[in-house]
Write a protein that binds this ligand. Structure first.
Ligand SMILES: Cc1ncc(COP(=O)(O)O)c(C=O)c1O
Length: 396
């Protein structure tokens, strides 16, 4: 068994007790299961094994900034394995991306392609590019993480994409190699993903017919996970939905999963620092983690399961689990039924592996929390806790 489960009364990660991790590394602390990350990766890899494909994990290797490109290279990935996506790349970023010779720059507009063309010609090279198509498809996800509707800032509409690709024939600095689409995140129905796949495969055929040798379709990321235990499509169902649309096309597939690979593999472990009465017989359980560690609930009302690490009573009470930061949005769950809690108890906020630590901040002058990986019974600190000195080092 991998991930988070109970051994006796105690919540463990891959068999290692979260009480011991919290004692050794302090709280709040992010705890990851290496085994469940491997499991999620291999489920996706196996599901798509019948077709030439590459998994570009977002956010390294599918990089959204120069910082992520830097991270990917330091982790050992060659530039030829990195795609660079993102609205609003600066001239410096584009020039560096061209100089590195990335697998592709996923361009967001005709203007950006002109800038890439100029940068590439200036260096006497051809930059591999894909254009991000905005398919105007509703993926049914939260508006803040929807990226494939015409009102969203991402990509270009299909009609314009055709003309922009055709123009590339006369842009000597550009080598169009792929078509990119990414509908959004936490998508839990397959229909929109299928529609987007059909659209880009059809476009690739049209472009090949006019002499543009498109190598691959980049289907983006977006497949969601279950935060509340309800059924959601898995990697195999996703593959069964989209593979038939690509199979006979001669195109390979690029996937950019993020949440799917890491979301369920992590818990944010926090200690209760105060308990007080709230309205209507509820209680506030104030923990030492806040929106600075995990902003998803504050940012888009995201739901995370919350469990007591070592439940101490059969009696359940109703708790609002909140953080110490000076905003009422700094809350993790309302009216949660939990075993009677005491100050000093540990809570685990589950499924915190995606858009958790990476979106952490030092608001309220709170140092960044550490990240700990459990692998084969061993505990590794993969990012240590920031010190006050480090947090304040840039300030004059
Ligand atoms: C272009 C792109 N690809 C992939 C992803 C990963 O999305 P998810 O974590 O939903 O799979 C993102 C996330 O923001 C993205 O912007």
């Amino acid at each position: 068994m991998s991930g988070f489960f109970r051994e006796g009364n105690a919540l463990v990660c891959d068999g290692v007790g979260l009480e011991a991790v919290a004692r050794a590394h302090g709280t709040p602390v992010y705890v990851y299961s290496a085994e469940s990350i491997r499991g999620a990766y291999s489920a996706l890899d196996t599901a798509f094994a019948a077709h030439p494909q590459r998994i570009h994990y977002a956010s390294a290797v599918d990089a959204n900034s120069m910082g992520e490109i830097e991270l990917a290279m330091r982790a050992g990935y060659p530039p030829s394995d990195i795609v660079f996506t993102g609205v609003g790349k600066t001239p410096e970023e584009l020039d560096r991306a061209v100089a590195l010779g990335l697998k592709a720059i996923n361009a967001e507009s005709a203007g950006e392609l002109e800038r890439i063309d100029r940068a590439a010609q200036g260096r006497g090279v051809r930059a591999r590019v894909a254009l991000r198509v905005n398919p105007d498809i509703n993926s049914g996800t939260h508006p803040h993480i929807s990226t494939g509707l015409h009102v969203n800032k991402f990509g270009v509409p299909l009609e314009r994409a055709r003309a922009i690709y055709r123009k590339m024939v006369n842009q000597p600095g550009l080598q169009p190699v792929g078509i990119h689409v990414h509908l959004g995140s936490q998508i839990i129905t397959l229909d929109p993903l299928q529609k987007a796949t059909s659209m880009v495969v059809k476009l690739a055929h049209e472009l090949r017919d006019v002499g543009l040798p498109i190598e691959y379709v980049d289907l983006g990321g977006g497949l969601g996970i279950s935060y509340d235990g309800s059924r959601v499509p898995d990697a195999e169902q996703y593959a069964r939905a989209v593979l038939p649309l690509v199979q006979s096309s001669g195109l390979s597939i690029v996937l950019e999963p993020g949440r799917l690979l890491v979301g369920g593999s992590c818990a944010l472990v926090a200690r209760i620092v105060d308990i007080k009465d709230g309205p209507g017989g509820r209680h506030f359980a104030v923990i030492d983690a806040s929106m600075t560690e995990l902003i998803r609930p504050a940012l888009y009302g995201a739901f995370h399961r919350i469990d007591a690490v070592t439940p101490r009573a059969d009696r359940e009470l109703s708790y609002d689990v909140v953080g110490p930061v000076c905003e009422s949005s700094d809350a993790f769950g309302e009216e949660r039924r939990l075993p009677a809690l005491e100050v000093g108890d540990l809570l685990a906020i589950l499924d915190a592996g995606a858009y958790g630590s990476a979106m952490g901040s030092t608001y309220n002058r709170r140092p960044l929390a550490p990240e700990v990986m459990i692998d084969g019974g061993k505990t590794m600190v993969i990012r240590r806790r920031q010190t006050f000195e480090e947090m304040l080092a840039l300030e004059n």
